[in-house]
Design a protein around this ligand. Structure first.
Ligand SMILES: Nc1ncnc2c1ncn2[C@@H]1O[C@H](COP(=O)(O)OP(=O)(O)OP(=O)(O)O)[C@@H](O)[C@H]1O
Length: 199
């Protein structure tokens, strides 16, 4: 079985249908880039796969191992890191990932994204790329098998974007994490993904 199987997905907001009869199989450890014109339904698809939007037609099957022993099966990283709590430090923003984390787990996640030295800073003291790395550390510390990325690097300059693309790809490949990422950037899709899916 594939890790995630989307079959005949349809979604409507009012009378307008998005994702008419959309199907997609995602294998374990795969990095899949989802591309398509603005407004076609890419974020909507990610929200449905990640369980944030439960109103759709069609079916989505998950390999039950996705839910084994974790609190957050589908951590998201979005374009803007405004989901960070400004009054909490970097390490406390990672700590709120959703389960009882040990200090070692938090430290390891921060080290993996190169932010361990900055762990006592608040989000307001960080650059955009650093904030994205905090979001990434928070997603990684969930130990989920799946990571959902919605244009996570779009607001960053090209150097930081390239750095984070390589970082995420290396981390996810080394940990066997399956990634579904929405991007507008064909170079990003080619740099990171095993497969590009067009909607
Ligand atoms: N909660 C909602 N209520 C009503 N319409 C919505 C809602 N969410 C999304 N839409 C509409 O659904 C369409 C698809 O939105 P979505 O964000 O999935 O597109 P997208 O392909 O990710 O676009 P972009 O590339 O511009 O981010 C848009 O027309 C949007 O206005």
């Amino acid at each position: 079985m594939k890790l995630i199987e989307v079959k005949g997905l349809k979604k409507s907001f009012g009378s307008e249908y998005l994702l008419k009869d959309f199907s997609l199989d995602i294998g374990e450890g795969e990095i899949v880039a989802v591309m398509g014109p603005s407004g076609i339904g890419k974020s909507t698809l990610l929200n449905i796969i990640g369980g944030l939007d439960k109103e759709y037609e069609g079916s989505i099957s998950y390999d039950p191992r996705i839910f084994d022993g974790i609190d957050v099966p589908f951590p998201f990283v979005f374009q803007e890191s405004e989901s960070l709590l400004p009054w909490k430090t970097v390490e406390d923003n990672v700590r709120i990932a959703g389960r009882r984390l040990t200090q070692d787990e938090i430290d390891d996640a921060l080290k993996s994204v190169g932010l361990y030295e900055h762990r006592h800073k608040k989000p307001g003291e960080l650059s955009g790329g650093m904030k994205q790395r905090v979001s990434l550390a928070r997603a990684l510390v969930c130990r989920s098998r799946v990571l959902l990325l919605d244009e996570p690097f779009a607001s960053l300059d090209s150097e930081m974007r390239t750095r984070l693309q390589l970082l995420v790809k290396d981390l996810c490949k080394s940990k066997g994490i399956t990634v579904i990422m929405v991007t507008h950037d064909i170079a990003e899709a080619e740099a990171m993904a095993d497969r590009i899916v067009s909607i």
